[in-house]
Design a protein around this ligand. Structure first.
Ligand code: AHR
Length: 620
């Protein structure tokens, strides 16, 4: 029985309560939300970043002498490499996934920086083809003139649709041509913005009507220095995320080898994040590193000068977002096309930086500097990567004692955890810091996970006086480049689709109430009794491949099922510890053959049916 008093008023709910968390993970930016169609457009991919990369990744020669060079002839200090072309020669770019997606009748903006040593100039032809070389549209004919770097542009119109398109660039004549920043964008970006966002993905995010956008990470922001490169260098890659690397003309932005193992172009940078937030009516919520790397690394910087530089960078970031056009950083914002301020009100300092005391010491310095200049900014501290534990408790204690505004919590747990912890915030101190639940998800992309999240969110909402902001994580995943699952929105080079969790988030975000109507319930509408043991693979042979695993309750309800059809990798990497997946088609028990498929505490019943398809691979 539910008892509801419509005249009573519980906590008021802020319009900004539910938002999204964008991190460049699973190729969410390049090859994802950022609409650039050319992969490795400035030839900066490097084997040092990823053993599978070379400066030619994404490219293939069609003839002639091609070299990627890193010398004084470069386009600029931050764009280190360029392509030297011994003419005549050509090359093609294959984009992301199965290729470049082009649609019949649509127009595409091509641009390239180029120079030639030929006094009379060098012809440059650009076209769209399929993998076999068949033209998908009319060629664009350009003429490169002069031996100084110049940007050349043109428009390509697709005469046919293809999800496996290629960009063909051919230089004619003789001599040496130099190319860099080879770019192709659909004209049709979200809101038609240049250097813009892929429309279907941006529209799916906009349809959520998010109250805020947290960006740019995640582990992406506070890692990088562990690679051992010089953090103070002006251009070197593999350093922690630094917002100043990501603004200004795209050809002058650094690229980086990110925490998730791939190269990021920073074409989608801080200006674009602010602009996107404004475009979808969401509050921008950036997170800066406090130089205590969490994310499995647990190192704190001992370099006071480096710390001071990051603190100053953070003050400059606030000026970039909010400062007048005659301020140093406000002027840069205006020069990029946005003289009005972006109205930054909230800022996260630190992501999962869970060396509690070391983090808090550094956070305190950030906080003092920000409060002194910008007392109105809500500064968000962190509580590490767990929902409980010694570090979590210590961080909360430090945050509470110091009267911090708001604390960022993260957790990824089983659906049952979400069902059992609906009351998590009922007992939180109403006089302590407010809560930003910056990352959470139930660990899979099934309907049951989404349902458990919805149930949990009713608990967030009931406690809207203390839980002020909440965002599911991660937001995006390119199905061919998955580092982390589950995810809210999935895509490839031509299509995108929301998960069940996306629909749950949308229901909550597009129906934010003004205040909670208190209710009580009696009775237990549905109460699964947890099983006490685990169904383990202990008796399974490693020389057998398994498929179509199903566990069904005696009354026919599906407790667990996996046909493994969509799994491209090994889930154990994400800590799910369930299976190794071979060829994306079937599973093998792991070497120890002891991984449970239904763990204690999962919803179950005492009687169940277990079924599996098995194939003998070799041996007995
Ligand atoms: O959302 C994926 C990752 O989970 C984030 O990068 C990190 O903050 C958390 O551990």
């Amino acid at each position: 029985t539910l008892t509801i008093d419509p005249t009573a008023k519980g906590a008021s709910i802020d319009d900004t309560m539910y938002g999204v968390f964008f991190e460049d993970i699973n190729r969410a930016a390049d090859g994802g939300l950022y609409a650039e169609l050319v992969q490795n457009r400035s030839f900066e991919y490097s084997t040092a970043d990823n053993a599978a990369y070379t400066p030619f990744t994404g490219w293939a020669p069609t003839g002639g002498a091609l070299d990627v060079v890193n010398d004084d002839g470069r386009l600029n200090e931050r764009n280190r490499n360029y392509l030297r072309v011994g003419l005549p020669a050509g090359l093609i770019n294959a984009g992301y996934n199965s290729g470049i997606n082009v649609e019949k009748g649509k127009r595409y903006d091509f641009s390239v920086w180029a120079r030639t040593d030929q006094a009379a100039g060098t012809p440059l032809e650009v076209g769209l083809t399929d993998p076999a070389g068949k033209e998908l549209g009319q060629e664009l004919k350009l003429r490169v003139r002069g031996d100084g770097w110049t940007r050349y542009t043109g428009v390509l119109t697709a005469r046919e649709s293809s999800t496996t398109g290629r960009l063909l660039v051919t230089g004619g004549g003789t001599g040496t041509l130099r190319l860099d920043e080879v770019s192709l964008f659909p004209k049709d970006t979200f809101k038609g913005r240049p250097n813009g966002l892929r429309k279907d993905l941006a529209e799916k995010i906009a349809a959520l009507e998010p109250g805020f956008v947290r960006f740019p990470g995640g582990c992406l922001v506070n890692t990088g220095s562990h690679y051992g490169y010089d953090e103070s260098s002006n251009w070197e890659r593999k350093r922690s995320y630094q917002w100043k690397d990501t603004i200004g003309p795209v050809e002058q932005r650094a690229t980086n080898a990110n925490f998730w193992g791939y190269n990021q172009s920073y074409g989608l940078g801080y200006y674009e994040y602010f602009q996107f937030s404004e475009d979808i009516g969401a509050m921008p919520l950036p997170v800066v590193p406090a130089l205590v790397t969490g994310c499995g690394q647990n190192r704190a910087t001992d370099d006071p000068a480096l710390l001071q530089r990051h603190i100053q960078d953070t003050l400059d970031l606030i000026e970039f977002a909010n400062g007048p056009v005659d301020s140093t950083w406000g002027r840069k914002r205006a020069a990029m096309g946005h003289p009005r301020p972006f109205n930054l009100t909230h800022l996260g300092v630190g992501n999962e930086e869970n060396l509690a005391d070391a983090f808090f010491e550094r956070f305190t310095q950030f906080r003092a500097a920000i409060e002194a200049k910008h007392p109105d900014i809500t500064i968000i501290s962190n509580s590490g990567p767990d929902d409980t534990g010694a570090n979590f408790d210590r961080l909360w204690q430090l945050n509470r004692e110091a009267g911090v505004d708001m604390v960022d919590e993260h957790y990824y747990n089983s659906p049952n955890w979400f069902l059992e912890n609906n009351n998590r915030y009922d007992s939180y101190d109403r006089n302590g810091p407010e809560v930003f639940l910056g990352e959470y998800a139930s660990q899979d992309n099934r309907f049951y996970n989404a349902l458990s999240e919805a149930a949990f969110m009713t608990g967030l909402e009931r406690n809207a006086d203390v839980v002020k902001l909440a965002s599911y994580a991660p937001l995006l995943s390119n199905e061919d480049y998955v580092q982390w699952r589950p995810d809210m929105i999935w895509f490839n080079n031509h299509a995108s689709w929301g998960s069940a969790s996306y629909e749950v988030q949308k229901l909550f975000m597009t129906n934010v109430g003004d205040h909670v109507v208190p209710s009580t319930a009696s009775g237990t509408p549905w109460s699964p009794s947890p099983i006490t043991g685990a169904i383990a693979l202990s008796s399974w042979a490693t020389s057998v491949a398994y498929d179509d695993v199903k566990v069904t309750s005696a009354d026919g309800r599906e407790l667990f099922a996996d046909d493994f059809s969509g799994d491209a990798g090994n889930w154990t990497g994400n800590g799910y510890g369930r299976w190794g997946v071979q060829d994306g088609a079937y599973v093998q028990s792991d070497a120890t053959a002891t991984n449970p498929i239904v763990t204690a505490g999962d919803p179950s019943w005492s009687d169940f049916t277990f079924s599996v398809k098995a194939t003998k691979l070799s041996g007995s």
